[in-house]
Design a protein. Structure first.
Length: 349
């Protein structure tokens, strides 16, 4: 049986879909899974274990010149690629008009069906065409984590028992290619930290409301240095690069990584001792890689996408995931540092 997953964007949403794909691969005999994803994120999906074919979708690029000849050619090529196979199940895990459109265009086998989320859940977007296109709309709790939501839809679509997957920790199936980094990224090995204990700080955020003060990052970088860690910083735009260099003034143990392709960045992250970052796609990749990780939330929205929360004043592992946790409510440096001690097992200095 061939199954098509439709999850186009964004980066974090794509990561949150990976455990559902691994569920399908484990519970459906001889299944082949294809995945339609926004072109920018296709290198990440190519790292997802068991995905047979990644079908890049270039809507973000096509929107810049919707009437151009290049866009028309690219659209026709995508449509031909999408319709190259027939599917026993097409599963829309996005819930938007653009994903419903892709689902509708995909070819079904004679007995094939289209599945999708049946309604909006708290904190997520949802558009009516999702329901119009679906042969089967899957209902679920309103208050649900993004990973669980995808796992529930896939269980309903493929007919395996929900309790068989929900009692098992999510397996993201994200497989880095550690040795490929220097060649694949086009980066000299010397430009990346070589220390065995490197903590990556993900300080950038898509919205100002998600950002942590620059002075806090600077303080945190200094504390990590005193604890014997090297610190790496990433950036995806010029503004983030300027901020990274400002944080790097915390000491010689802090290094700003060059900007690199997504797949190369995944490979580099996999070699880190851990990650501390905000509510961003790269932080969710840290979860998928099962790295020691602290995720920062200025609001209480961690339950939608983040690891379990660590409450202020809680010591040790109580209230905190073994390797990963969230801190919420505009956390102080002391709170984030205590959380890092919990997930990494270091002793305060």
């Amino acid at each position: 049986m061939r199954v098509l997953i439709v999850k186009l964007s964004s980066l974090g949403d794509v990561v949150h879909t990976m455990p559902a794909v691994q569920d399908v691969l484990r519970h459906v005999p001889a299944v082949q899974v294809d995945w339609v994803v926004e072109q920018a994120f296709s290198p990440l999906v190519q790292r997802c274990k068991g995905v047979s074919r990644v079908i890049p979708f270039g809507l973000r690029r096509w929107r810049k010149a919707p009437l151009s000849l290049d866009t028309l050619r690219a659209w026709n090529a995508f449509r031909a690629d999408l319709r190259r196979s027939s599917y026993g199940a097409v599963i829309d895990l996005q819930g938007l008009t653009k994903s419903a459109w892709v689902s509708w265009m995909a070819r079904l086998t004679e007995q094939g069906q289209r599945f999708a989320l049946g309604h909006r859940t708290e904190g997520s977007s949802y558009e009516a065409p999702t329901r119009w296109v679906a042969d089967v709309a899957v209902s679920m709790p309103l208050h649900v984590h993004a990973v669980e939501r995808a796992r529930r839809v896939c269980a309903a679509a493929m007919g395996y028992a929900l309790h068989e997957v929900m009692t098992v920790a999510p397996d993201y199936g994200l497989v880095p290619q550690r040795m490929a980094l220097p060649d694949k990224a086009g980066i000299a090995t010397s430009s990346l930290p070589t220390e065995p204990k490197t903590v990556l700080l993900i300080h950038g955020a898509s919205r100002a409301a998600k950002q942590w003060p620059l002075a806090h990052w600077h303080d945190l970088a200094r504390r990590l240095g005193r604890a014997g860690y090297a610190v790496a910083l990433v950036h995806g735009c010029d503004a983030e690069e300027r901020s990274a260099h400002a944080i790097a003034e915390a000491g010689a143990h802090v290094r700003v990584w060059p900007r690199m392709a997504l797949d190369a960045l995944v490979d580099a992250m996999a070699n880190c001792a851990g990650v501390i970052g905000g509510d961003t796609g790269l932080s969710h990749i840290a979860v998928a890689l099962d790295l020691p990780h602290v995720q920062l939330y200025n609001t209480d929205t961690f339950w939608r996408t983040g690891p379990p929360v660590r409450e202020e004043g809680v010591d040790g592992q109580e209230g905190c995931a073994v390797r990963q946790c969230s801190v919420v409510g505009q956390p102080t440096v002391d709170v984030v540092w205590a959380a890092w001690q919990s997930v990494s097992g270091i002793v305060a200095s």
